[in-house]
Structures are given as C-alpha cells and as structure tokens.
Design a protein around this ligand. Structure first.
Ligand code: BEZ
Length: 211
C-alpha cells in the first residue's frame, strides 16, 4: 500500500550511523524529513548527502530533523561518509539508516521493482510533529533532488499550520500568501488585521504573517 498524504508515518526501529533509534521517539515533537537514496558509493547520491549536510542548520531552524536511508550495510555507510566529507566539503551530520533487510524501505514503498536502474528510488517523506505524512516525492535515480524546494514546502506547510494561509505558485519565504478559502471574510478580519487584497472572492492575497 502506498503511503498517502495524511497517513500516519509508520514507526520503526533502525540501525543508523548514530546508533539504534526508534523513529517516532527520535522525532519527539519535531518535524522530520525521511529520504532514501539508491546506493552508497554512487555519484548523484554523494552530492545529495553532502548538500543535506550543508543545509542541516536550515532544517534545524525550522524544527525539522533529517534522516537518510538506503539498503546498504552500516559498514558501507561509515566508509562512504568519508568520501562525502572529502568530496563535498560537508561531513554527514544526521543519521543514515542501514536497512539491508529492506524492512523500512518496504514499509515506506521505497522499492519500485520496475524502476530499471535502481532498487530503492529517491523517496522523500516530510512528516509533521503530529507524525502525519505532509509531502511525498519520488525521483528517478539519475536526477539529484532539489532540497531547497523541500525547505520551501516545509516553510509553506508550517505557515499553513500556524496561520490558515496557503502559498501561491513559486512562492518564496517573505512573499505574499493566500488566505485559505475555508476562512470567511469575517474570520479573516480577526486573523489578518493588516487586511488583504481581494483579486477574486476565492483569491485573497495578504502579506506573509510573521512570528
Ligand atoms: C547515482 O547516485 O549516481 C545513481 C545511483 C543509482 C543509479 C543511477 C545513479
């Protein structure tokens, strides 16, 4: 069964480069990004893992923990980590799950038997502090992901959770947002004292709320 938005992210126990952990307990009250890569010692994956390590402070700022996964053994993860630090200039600073029995990969539908160049596809799951799946992404093995886009979606999701707003096409943090259609004008007046522009009754644009 494919995991869908709104489903509870399955809990599991895993061996990682930071020791054994129970996923939900490890998340605590934070959000999480769980992502898989096809294999250790492959070029695109090496660049991705280095990039996530570089961006880790940005995830931290948003209360989001990151954790990687592949079906390679822990010894390979440890040895490959040296290559990541050497070639990407950023050492692994988040746990990498070793799942050689493919239990977690199967639980999350990360194995796509018909994908012709990999066993585990590039999967991303953004999981909220309520343990619900908020975003899923599946990329082919030959294309490295854009983790800035994942941060952008997290910013949007967290704004929605806090302020009843949605974000328009190509939105970037700090730009105007859209008042969710489920909010009446009367309710919106209380939540958005700075007001809004009504482009259409269903398209009400307001400055991004700030903390
Ligand atoms: C890579 O990370 O470069 C890669 C992994 C599996 C298949 C193709 C590319």
């Amino acid at each position: 069964m494919t995991l869908q938005l709104g489903d509870t992210a399955p809990d599991f126990e895993a061996d990682t480069t930071d020791g054994t952990l129970k996923f939900h307990e490890w998340m605590g009250d934070d959000w999480a990004v769980l992502f898989s890569h096809p294999a250790d010692f492959t070029p695109v994956c090496t660049t991705e893992l280095g990039e996530v390590a570089r961006m880790k402070p940005e995830f931290d700022k948003r209360g989001v923990k990151v954790i990687g996964l592949s079906v390679d053994p822990l010894e390979d993860h440890r040895s490959w980590a040296g290559d990541i630090a050497e070639t990407q200039g950023h050492a692994l600073n988040f746990p990498l799950i070793a799942d050689p029995a493919r239990e977690i990969a199967n639980l999350y539908g990360m194995i796509h038997p018909q994908a012709d160049d990999t066993l585990t596809v590039r999967s991303v799951f953004v999981i909220g502090s309520d343990k619900k799946v908020k975003l899923t992404l599946t990329y082919p093995a030959s294309t490295g992901r854009n983790f800035e886009e994942i941060l952008r979606v997290i910013d949007s999701l967290q704004l929605t959770a806090d302020y009843s707003v949605a974000t328009p096409v190509n939105w970037q943090h700090g730009e105007d947002v859209i008042i969710v259609p489920s909010l009446s004008d009367e309710e919106a007046r209380e939540k958005f004292p700075k007001g809004w522009e009504t482009v259409k009754p269903y398209l009400r644009v307001t400055p991004q709320p700030q903390d």
